[in-house]
Design a protein around this ligand. Structure first.
Ligand code: PMP
Length: 457
């Protein structure tokens, strides 16, 4: 029997603990958004309202909802081998195929994959693996991982510690030892701090050089790796200046520090290349991934490791004491295989690069003409707008978070999912969005911005 919405909401408030939620709102259960169905780029709430999903779920439903080939592949796999593990030298056909398919699309020299159930677990795996690597190389003191403020790398103890979210660190005594943070390459924020436009290229170089300064301060012999998202996602779709990544790449090579590109959001086509690392032309040593590998149909993540690192680990004494019950779960692997096949068949990565990405960019940048928008930036199928009070002087609203929250609620009521992050509104629509679906998103953003102006008057 299908339950009515309010009954569902009340039961939900009674028994379900939501991630990243302030539970006080559950005192009013009718505020909970109940999503019951989805197809293509649209989700439908329990009352049948149609909403265009500007966030691909949580940046993951890259190929859109309800692709039958993925559903069928999972059902067939479940008939064949419901579950088996990959511990102690065991394997199964779906993981063999998937590992090969991933190696085919990763940058040169990256052909080995360790599977996890999520992006957070991929990042936990990364820390354990790089420390194991440096120990195996006879340099156990190289153990510190440098990350960035306002980065997001997951919600496990290590993931949240690697992340640079102060609100997450404030709960539970994080970060764990051995992780330090440098400033992010957030150009617009720097303009706000300066109260004027500052040179983007120079800012990018300086932001990268903060890494060099930190390595020197800590001592090269104590630093294992630097981790960064090619484009910061959850932090607010922060696209670094073009000068940033080449400089970071150089510093890591020169100082013998492993470069970890967290591809959980940027990976599998979102930038119009297979990986964000390809877009920025960098050569990472390790790439945590998740989300887009299955388009979110089933949970799967992993860590792509360079051949060079694996050669050292293979020769190390003893085993790598690490693994998850659901590492390379056969059904999740089947979902990933079918999803990647769909990506190849539809040539989606090139479509993002040559069609959807440029179309979104053209439309998105026109938002900067709106009086409430200080900057409209996008890359591939990622976009953000900076809500501002005084454009000329880069002055934000005093209650910037509240203004963005109002805008987000208008978006939702107008049938568009968009996320509010501090003073920003962000999108990451499915890669399969057509131009007319992009038009629909833009029309709803304009309308919601207008309504926000009225609301805050
Ligand atoms: N890294 C990045 C860059 C992410 O955006 C996320 C999730 N938003 C994670 C790691 C964590 O992934 P998960 O939620 O699957 O643990």
């Amino acid at each position: 029997m299908k339950l009515d919405t309010l009954t569902l909401q009340k039961k939900d408030a009674k028994h379900h603990i939501h991630p990243f939620s302030d539970y006080k709102y559950q005192a009013k259960p009718s505020l909970t958004r109940m999503i019951s169905r989805a197809e293509g780029v649209y989700i439908y709430d329990n009352d049948g309202n149609k909403i265009i999903d500007g966030m691909s779920g949580l940046w993951c439903v890259n190929m859109g909802y309800g692709n039958q080939s993925v559903v069928n592949a999972v059902a067939e796999q479940m008939q064949e081998l419901t579950y088996y593990n990959t511990f102690f030298g065991t394997s199964h056909p779906p993981v063999v195929k998937l590992s090969e398919m991933i190696a085919e699309v990763t940058p040169e020299g990256m052909n080995q994959v360790f599977f996890t159930g999520s992006g957070s677990e991929a990042n936990d795996t990364m820390i354990r693996l790089v420390r194991h690597y440096w120990s195996a190389k006879g340099q156990p003191s190289k153990s510190i991982v440098i990350s960035r403020k306002n980065a997001y790398h997951g919600s496990t103890m290590a993931g949240a510690s690697l992340g640079g979210m102060s609100a997450m660190h404030a709960q539970g005594g994080l970060p764990i030892p051995g992780i330090v943070h440098i400033d992010q390459p957030y150009h617009y924020e720097a303009c706000v701090e300066a109260g004027e436009a500052i040179d983007r290229a120079e800012f990018g170089r300086q932001a990268a050089q903060a890494l060099e300064v930190k390595i020197d301060e800590l001592g090269e012999d104590n630093v294992a790796a630097f981790i960064a998202e090619p484009i910061q996602g959850a932090g607010g779709v922060i696209i670094p200046p073009e000068t940033y990544w080449p400089e970071v790449d150089r510093i890591c090579r020169e100082r013998n520090i492993l470069l970890v590109a967290d591809e959980v959001i940027c990976g599998f086509g979102r930038t119009g290349e297979w990986f964000g690392s390809d877009y920025f032309n960098i050569k990472p040593d390790l790439m945590p991934f998740a989300k887009g590998v299955t388009s979110g149909y089933l949970p799967l993540g992993g860590l792509v490791v360079s051949d060079e690192i694996m050669a050292v680990i293979r020769d190390a004494a003893g085993e790598f004491e690490h693994g998850f019950t659901y590492s390379a779960h056969p059904s999740c692997a089947a979902a990933a295989i079918a999803n990647i096949e769909l990506m190849h068949q539809s040539d989606i990565v090139n479509k993002v690069k040559n069609v959807a990405g440029p179309y979104l960019a053209e439309k998105w940048h026109s938002l900067s003409e709106h009086p409430l928008v200080g900057e409209a930036r996008s890359l591939g199928m990622l976009g953000a707008i900076e809500l501002i009070k005084d454009k000329e002087n880069f002055v934000r609203h005093k209650n910037a978070g509240e203004v963005a929250g109002i805008c987000r609620d208008h978006c939702f009521n107008n049938g568009l999912v968009m996320r509010a992050v501090g003073s920003k509104m962000i999108i990451a629509p499915p890669l399969v969005c057509t131009n007319s679906e992009i038009d629909e998103i833009l029309e709803k953003v304009w309308k919601s911005l207008e309504m926000t102006v009225s609301s805050i008057k």
